[in-house]
Ligand binder design. Structure first.
Ligand SMILES: Nc1ncnc2c1ncn2[C@@H]1O[C@H](COP(=O)(O)OP(=O)(O)OP(=O)(O)O)[C@@H](O)[C@H]1O
Ligand SMILES: [Mg+2]
Length: 451
């Protein structure tokens, strides 16, 4: 790739001669008769060097020099005795100039050096970008376990490759976050990321949602509308819970993925697509394919690359940094100080099973932060979902029942951040009863509101 050379000269015989010399020397040559046209094919990613005549009708070599990115080496071919022009070209950033007439070897040597310089520059840029992405990813995708380190590396690589990816992981492991990272750190970052939860769309609407429709395609379709595939054009379409896609529709999606074009419902015209498709599933899709619940051809089409995110209990090293991260986040959100977590509490966190994975941990961090404010339930009880009263002796049954009731009300008020309707629903209490009990125990809704 990097031994590409553009030759720009209005004189056809010169172009042919240069083309021949450089091709013989092993370069991939593309010749242009005008600088304007060549310029349209030159951008930051151009991987080689440019050899251009100075004197040309229209845009000349000096003007071209000003228009191309500075990092691309440009060799100018100057007329005999045109030294002052050559000097000013070098000052303006030309890589080299060659005075006519010249020996082919002089040209070949200079072009070789220019191409090497370009190659080094691009490699350096690439490394810089990978490093930046790595640092960027570290602040978004938290975790120190080998699995998460590998995941960050995999995302860094796959983001650049721009292939379709299938993400597998249990609930709350971070599938959507990973999909967003693949988009945000890839070439499509400036274009839309369109998430769609396949499980949430009623079966009869799925085709129009994804492919769009034209006016009159079905009752109620008053005007033509693009589907999610078209919305995601140039960007990324995220198909979440792909396992719940109806079988009869899977074959249509397969066609779209293969042809990279979509036909709106009720139309005959296809729209071509430039979309990256990332899908996610909680299920073992391969097994679903074996069992006949998912088309195996679609499975193979979706998993050009595959990312598996392990459950949180399989990477316990991540619990502490994640909890600390979410605690800081929650503290910032509620304008509070980040509380200290005791060593007993860290042990509780690390020995919990985390069936809800990172999402459960994130929710707990927020409840923990708010609970601290109200001398709330200890961590262990938050996790078990039970309210346990401290060991008590000496008080009457009525008193203990009352303490227990108060603790439950406090916990629910805190959990719902003072949302009375939520507490009424969870505890199945009429509003009046709840009010009376809150009054009796001196509980005020305002104390639990979200700040
Ligand atoms: N490694 C991580 N670092 C920081 N935040 C994370 C990490 N993993 C998950 N999260 C956060 O945890 C929450 C749950 O993650 P996400 O929604 O991506 O999970 P999911 O796998 O899509 O869940 P579900 O299967 O329920 O849809 C999100 O708020 C996400 O930002
Ligand atoms: Mg999700």
């Amino acid at each position: 790739m990097t031994n590409l050379v553009y030759i720009i000269d209005d004189d056809q015989s010169v172009r042919e001669a240069l083309d021949e010399w450089l091709t013989l020397a092993g370069f991939t040559v593309q010749a242009w008769a005008s600088a304007e046209v060549a310029l349209k094919n030159i951008d930051e990613a151009f991987s080689g060097a440019i050899v251009s005549d100075v004197k040309m009708p229209g845009m000349d070599g000096m003007e071209l020099l000003e228009k191309i990115p500075r990092s691309i080496p440009l060799l100018l071919i100057t007329g005999h005795g045109d030294i002052s022009m050559a000097v000013s070209a070098m000052k303006k950033g030309a890589y080299d100039f060659i005075e006519k007439p010249f020996q082919p070897t002089r040209l070949v040597d200079a072009v070789k050096r220019a191409c090497t310089q370009r190659k080094l520059y691009l490699e350096n840029q690439h490394l810089k970008q990978v490093l930046e992405h790595q640092q960027g990813l570290e602040s978004v995708l938290i975790g120190d376990s080998p699995a998460i380190k590998r995941l960050r590396q995999q995302i860094g690589e796959l983001a650049q490759l721009d292939v379709d990816v299938l993400i597998q992981g249990d609930t709350g492991t971070g599938k959507e976050l990973v999909a967003r990272c693949l988009h945000d750190f890839g070439k499509r970052q400036k274009h839309p990321f369109v998430p769609i939860n396949v499980a949430a769309i009623p079966e009869q609407l799925i085709e129009s949602e994804l492919f769009g429709h034209v006016a009159g395609a079905f009752t109620g379709a008053q005007k033509s509308q693009p589907g999610k595939f078209e919305f995601a054009n140039k960007g990324t379409l995220f198909l979440d819970e792909i396992e719940s896609m109806p079988m009869h529709f899977q074959v249509k999606v397969l066609r779209v993925l293969q042809e990279r074009e979509v036909i709106r419902l009720g139309s005959h015209q296809s729209v071509s697509l430039n979309v990256r498709v990332i899908s996610a599933t909680k299920e073992n899709l391969q097994q679903a394919a074996v069992d006949g619940r998912f088309r195996s051809d679609l499975y193979y089409r979706l998993m050009v690359a595959e990312i598996r995110i392990p459950a949180l209990r399989e990477r316990k090293e991540d619990i502490a940094p994640l909890f600390a991260h979410f605690l800081r986040q929650a503290a910032a959100k509620h304008n509070k100080e980040t509380p200290e977590v005791s060593s007993e509490e860290w042990i509780i966190l690390e020995t919990h099973d985390w069936p809800g994975n990172v999402r459960e941990l994130k929710n707990l961090a927020e409840r923990y932060l708010l609970g601290r404010e109200f001398q709330e339930v200890p961590l262990q009880e938050m996790l078990s979902g039970k309210i346990v009263l401290p060991e008590e002796t000496g008080s009457s049954l009525n008193q203990r029942m009352a303490d227990y009731e108060k603790a439950i009300l406090k916990a629910e008020l805190s959990r719902s951040k003072g949302n009375i309707f939520q507490v009424m629903e969870v505890l199945d209490l009429p509003r009046r009863t709840l009010n009376q009990k809150m009054q009796r125990y001196g509980l005020k809704r305002e104390d639990f509101l979200n700040s």
